[in-house]
Design a binder for this molecule. Structure first.
Ligand code: FES
Length: 97
């Protein structure tokens, strides 16, 4: 069950991206965090406790929403606009340490 339910931008163009390798759709104007939480109930798991996390401040201040792109670039999901073709990684790979 998604944490967020889309009430705005329902008619905006569809933006295609992948989330941990799964093809997904968001809407133009979404942040990465908005798009992910419209699809599920968490953004990632805490690297310390393993607890599910969904961001906290929603304004780039708390550091709770870091995710990666497939190429390794880290980004704050709450302040990064979703763009076509993003490959978002929220699960740490065992080879990442
Ligand atoms: S939710 Fe706080 S920095 Fe993104």
């Amino acid at each position: 069950m998604p944490l967020l339910h889309r009430l705005a931008r329902t008619g905006n163009p569809v933006i295609f991206f992948t989330l941990d390798g799964v093809p997904c759709e968001g809407r133009a104007g979404d942040t990465v965090l908005t798009a992910v939480l419209c699809l599920g109930e968490r953004l990632r798991h805490s690297e310390f406790s393993g607890a599910p996390r969904a961001g906290f401040c929603q304004m780039g201040a708390c550091q709770d929403c870091w995710v990666q792109l497939a190429g390794g670039e880290r980004l704050r999901a709450c302040t990064t606009p979703l763009t076509e073709g993003m490959h978002i990684v929220t699960q740490r790979r065992r080879s990442d340490g």
